[in-house]
Design a binder for this molecule. Structure first.
Ligand SMILES: *[C@@H]1O[C@H](CO)[C@@H](O)[C@H](O)[C@H]1NC(C)=O
Ligand SMILES: *[C@@H]1O[C@H](CO)[C@@H](O)[C@H](O)[C@H]1NC(C)=O
Length: 177
């Protein structure tokens, strides 16, 4: 029975640990022509290794202009990243018969370095056809992951809730064996 309890504790500690420590990089794109979030912007993330680029992840922004741009289930690596935003295909969707505008910057490419892989990051982009501005924001409050329930439970006081849940489950296993 002790072995069963230990196994349960280890399994829960392990899954809680993975959920807490699995950090990511997110992007937020705002269309500064219209002032609204830029949805469906295609994004490709790579890591720089000398003169080579190592592919990391591809995605596109959601209706809030947000996307997790590293593998949400993978371990974040320290190093230099490049996020490639496909501006041309985003602006092309607004072409009309009397307005056929070319995006002067067909893509925006942003390079940055991260060392601490235990915290989330967010890179924000203000984008229009003729300019773009990029800035860093702490990802603490804003990072969203596809498994939104688990990550929102684990934010803020969520870690306490998770610990209480684990304690309850262990107590239940103890009482029923
Ligand atoms: C980085 O590039 C070097 C030289 O091409 C290679 O030996 C090494 O495996 C690469 N590292 C990664 C993480 O891809
Ligand atoms: C929009 O217009 C630009 C400039 O003429 C052109 O390169 C692009 O292919 C057009 N896109 C669409 C979807 O029609």
């Amino acid at each position: 029975m002790v072995a069963r309890l230990l196994l349960l504790a280890v399994l829960f500690a392990k899954s809680a640990h993975q959920l807490v420590d699995c950090q990511s990089i997110s992007a937020h794109v705002l269309d500064s022509d219209s002032g609204i979030p830029a949805a469906n912007v295609k994004i490709t993330t790579s890591m720089v290794n000398g003169s080579q680029l190592n592919y990391v992840y591809s995605t596109q922004t959601d209706s809030n202009g947000r996307a997790v741009v590293t593998d949400p289930n993978g371990q974040l690596q320290a190093g230099v990243y490049v996020i490639h935003y496909d501006a041309k295909s985003y602006f092309d969707q607004f072409n009309s018969s009397n307005q056929n505008l070319i995006a002067f910057f067909p893509y925006a490419e942003v390079k940055f370095q991260i060392d601490d892989v235990t915290v989330p990051y967010e890179v924000r982009l203000l984008l229009n056809r003729y300019s773009y501005t990029v800035y860093y924001a702490s990802g603490e409050q804003v990072a969203t992951k596809p498994n939104g329930v688990a990550s929102s439970i684990l934010n803020g006081g969520g870690k306490l809730v998770m610990m209480m849940l684990i304690t309850l489950l262990i107590a239940r296993a103890y009482l029923s064996s």
